[in-house]
Write a protein that binds this ligand. Structure first.
Ligand SMILES: Cc1cc2nc3c(=O)[nH]c(=O)nc-3n(C[C@H](O)[C@H](O)[C@H](O)COP(=O)(O)OP(=O)(O)OC[C@H]3O[C@@H](n4cnc5c(N)ncnc54)[C@H](O)[C@@H]3O)c2cc1C
Ligand SMILES: NC(=O)c1ccc[n+]([C@@H]2O[C@H](COP(=O)([O-])OP(=O)(O)OC[C@H]3O[C@@H](n4cnc5c(N)ncnc54)[C@H](O)[C@@H]3O)[C@@H](O)[C@H]2O)c1
Length: 484
């Protein structure tokens, strides 16, 4: 219930103070203009408190132990298991106990205003903010309004799910205990990362995926990951789904799932059930209907983040809400372009569409965003898969190499298992996609990103010599296999 209405005018309003909103605000205010961020929950967004940071904090101690176990000499010193309480405590340190004061302080130190409350568009260049105390503030933006509201989970239609108090990624990343038995539905990035995190923290984990793991990646990635998860005791059930869920509250609290799979239906009893079946851009309830779009619409944005279908070059959308690569680093990249474009349009250095690869265009999204799945083995990919490249009509050749054969890998671990795949555009002789699978490959990925985004000709890439004995020597092997 509104009590009072305040009126404010600023240059730029950013709705959503996640990593993307923070970065837009920073860049859009660099010419001294007045920028206001509106945040309904915690400044820092999903990534800081319920996604990137806590999920990696849950995973990495288990990976460190596994790495030591693969290294004779070090392995003998590893006699215990992961200390789950210490891991949960360290996770909580990384989320600052779900207190955003340090990030709010950063906004203030950068000269950016913060208004806490839930915001929605209220016509052209206007935003209405309802704060927790019921105060309504109407904010007018002289230059731009930026939607940076992120994404929200998509829940499947399963009998009993709404009553079952299932976990989503928020509950799984902020949990205070490790369930003895955990079922995970969804073989995407969230599903595989959190399945392995909890398995290594001591849960008995069943991972239910309706097809293979990590659809959208090269298939070798999902295959190697499924093998690794099974070897460490995760019950990976491919071609499976959940037909019915019931949380029993009499006696010991547990959840009974009716799991359908290739061999028919069977019951599975667990202590927690994590649903990780994807996310969608958070465009519902943000007032799109007040500016001529539909509530909940899928937004179409150009490379500077400008939303199509709205006149006057004032409404932008960046990050997960824009429907482009839903990754923190790629959202922040787009945010830098949008923030700079807002300033450039205001001062007249940018008119019309931004040129590709100018400071105002997130052009690299079109080549394929780099992404890492932080499981063990890690999966690191940039650019196009072979299938995606062929769909785009490119004449490509895939080059595969067993990552275990390079000296750096064999030094890192006995029985190192991994794979590298490079996709070459035969007409332009440039690399358009790379996938690495194996322990520690995340740190290799940026070399691939430079090759793909830089469109480095293969004959020049040949002269980028990897150090011996590092895992980067895989580049030499891939280029030799190609025929150089
Ligand atoms: C479990 C998990 C792990 C992940 N791990 C990684 C990873 O390792 N690396 C990676 O790159 N990406 C990862 N991601 C993806 C990453 O979290 C997102 O891409 C990133 O958070 C997007 O940033 P954003 O600022 O667009 O949105 P968000 O981080 O979602 O921030 C949006 C903000 O807007 C606020 N907001 C929404 N609506 C309103 C409103 N109406 N009024 C006011 N405020 C509002 C929200 O409260 C929120 O703070 C992960 C995602 C999940 C779910
Ligand atoms: N390390 C990282 O960078 C990282 C980590 C986690 C999440 N993310 C980001 O968050 C986004 C969301 O991740 P996500 O894993 O929730 O989504 P996702 O789209 O990656 O995976 C969802 C999975 O759920 C399955 N699924 C969908 N509906 C289903 C149903 N009814 N029954 C069974 N399975 C079903 C899909 O087949 C898919 O495998 C990702 O796109 C990614 O960009 C990134």
């Amino acid at each position: 219930m509104s009590e009072t209405t305040d009126l404010r005018t600023v240059d730029v309003v950013v709705i959503g103070g996640g990593p993307v909103g923070e970065n837009v605000a920073d860049r859009a205010g660099r010419d001294g203009s007045e920028v206001l961020v509106v945040e309904a929950e915690l400044v820092g967004g999903e990534c800081s408190y319920w996604a990137c940071m806590p999920s990696k904090a849950l995973l990495l101690p288990g990976h460190a132990l596994a790495a030591a176990r693969r290294l004779p000499g070090a392995a003998a010193a590893v006699t215990g298991r992961v200390d789950a309480d210490a891991v949960l405590a360290r996770r909580t340190q990384f989320t600052h106990g779900w207190d955003d004061s340090s990030q709010a302080d950063w906004l203030s130190s950068a000269g950016i205003g913060l208004l806490r409350g839930s915001a929605r568009l209220a016509g052209a260049r206007r935003v209405e903010v309802v704060s927790a105390d019921g105060t309504t503030t109407l904010v007018e933006a002289r230059r731009a309004v930026v939607l940076a509201t992120g994404s929200e989970p998509v829940l499947p239609d399963i009998d009993g799910l709404p009553q079952a108090r299932a976990w989503g990624s928020r509950e799984a990343t902020s949990a205070e205990h490790v369930p003895a038995r955990l079922a995970v539905l969804g073989g995407g990035v969230v599903g595989v990362e959190l399945a392995q995190a909890y398995a290594r923290l001591g849960s008995e984990v069943t991972l239910l995926a309706r097809s293979g793991l990590l659809g959208g990646y090269e298939s070798v990635a999902g295959e190697l990951l499924a093998d690794a998860l099974r070897e460490e005791g995760v019950d990976v059930r491919l071609g499976s789904g959940v037909e019915r869920v019931r949380r029993e509250t009499a006696g010991a609290e547990e959840i009974t799932l009716t799991v359908g799979g290739p061999d028919g239906s069977a019951e599975l009893v667990v202590d927690e059930f994590l649903v990780a079946t994807g996310r969608r851009p958070a465009t519902l309830g943000v007032g799109l209907e007040t500016v001529g779009l539909q509530d909940g619409a899928t937004l179409e944005v150009d490379d500077s983040g400008l939303v199509a279908g709205v006149d006057g070059e004032w409404l932008y959308a960046v990050g997960d809400v824009s429907g482009r690569a839903p990754l923190t680093h790629q959202g922040k990249y787009a945010a830098r372009a949008t923030g700079d474009a807002i300033v450039a349009r205001a001062v007249g250095t940018l008119t019309g569409d931004p040129a590709p690869f100018s400071p105002w265009a997130a052009s690299a999204d079109r080549l394929g965003a780099p992404q890492v799945v932080f499981t063990d083995p890690e999966v690191a990919m940039v650019g196009l898969t072979e299938a995606r490249a062929r769909e785009r009509g490119l004449r490509v050749r895939a080059v595969d190499h067993d990552l275990a054969t390079v000296a750096g890998a064999s030094l890192t671990a006995d029985d190192f298992r991994g794979h590298a795949r490079m996709i070459v555009d035969e007409d332009r002789r440039v690399v358009v996609g790379v996938t690495f699978v194996g322990p520690g490959v995340a740190e290799l990925l940026h070399s691939a990103t430079v090759a793909v985004v830089g469109e480095v000709p293969l004959d020049r890439l040949w002269h980028a010599v990897p150090s011996y004995p590092t895992i980067s020597e895989i580049w030499l092997r891939l280029l030799e296999d190609y025929g150089l």
